[in-house]
Design a protein around this ligand. Sequence first.
Ligand code: HEM
Length: 426
Amino acid sequence: QSGPTGCPISARAAEFDPFSDGYQQDPPDYVRWAREQEPVFYSPQLGYWVVTRYDAIKAIFRDNLTFSPSIALEKITPTGPEANAVLEQYGYAMNRTLVNEDEPAHMPRRRILMEPFTAEELKHHEPMVRRLAREYVDRFIDNGRADLVDQMLWEVPLTVALHFLGVPEEDMDTLRRYSIAHTVNTWGRPRPEEQVAVAHAVGNFWQYAGKVLEKMRQAPDQPGWMRYGIRKQKEHPEVVTDSYLHSMMMAGIVAAHETTANATANAIKLLLQHPESWREICEDPSLIPNAVEECLRHNGSVAAWRRLVTRDARIEGVDIPAGSRLLIVTSSANHDDRHFADADFFDIRRDNSSDHLTFGYGSHQCMGKNLARMEMQIFLEELTRRLPHMRLTGQRFTYVPNTSFRGPEHLWVEWDAARNPERQRP
Ligand code: HEM
């Protein structure tokens, strides 16, 4: 078998399947062979070139003209005519936001919309995040066991995302269903019979997003990033377009919510699998910020991202023709020994943890990274202080099959409630 450039395809490249359990359970381990022997390979099953090493991936992020982000939100599994007809029936028109916008349109938009992400502005959200974290822990602290995903980590980042965007809270449950459909629709491989159900959810999500946006336009002076965009549209209508606002209203919820929920679930799982590290952060919370970075590196919530090759290019000595699609496995870059010493080793004191590529890199690097970090730090502060004796329950972790967004669907933990520190205090 040979690839699009006539090069032979190795057996492992032919077998590569990012929807398989091997990739889902541990993406960097699944492509270890590639990182070591064939760092850039063509996947005939996916129709993408797969890139696995740190330096190459960073160079791709750096050059967003040769490597366009325009396909970042494109469906990785094209849907059939039936699902497409359903989407059309809802007027589904998801288009460019920021993450998939090319230059020269992208940078002016990013600059205009940046202010709500500054440290100064983010400080205002901190009390809300802490209050929510405390309320959710209150609900289960006496139970001795909890599924942290279902009972905290899914809903709190969703509520934070809604507050940040300025969306009313009353539609949370509906959104929860819709947003997961968006992930499957974009990065998953739904079976034909599932595709239609997913298309209905995505269509509803799209229409709901449009309605919320209209509500916001009626009261544009209220808080939130979406209304900030609505106000900026008045000054720069050609930069902050209607299509942008509607698309971001939907994509923004997923960008801010699932990424952070999954990142925190991955982090807690990893820390509890390394009880020594967990004990250390319980005893010394000042270690938490770097522990968060190391968790994002070792087991981040975005496993891979995409770029479109706009002109003939060479990556790690492999010629890649214009028009090719790239799957850049950032989680593999984060385990590249060429950049991180003994990269598989989990070390909350590692001095270059924050070099990880989980937030991307360069001109499109995640705008919400400091909001996500703040949330993760607060969740860990609250859990280590109130449940230092928590441990993982025996369980098999499952993941929603897709190339990019990754976190366990459930995270069961247990503890002896009689030993809760707040019961011991006078
Ligand atoms: C872009 C990951 C949380 C908003 C991105 C990108 C990644 C990413 C991989 C693409 C970067 C690139 O192409 O170089 C994550 C992860 C998060 C997270 C792992 C949580 C742990 C958030 C939050 C928000 C957010 C909380 C808040 C709204 C955005 C936006 C962009 C983006 C607006 C587009 C930036 C641009 O293209 O200029 N994120 N994200 N993200 N993210 Fe995040």
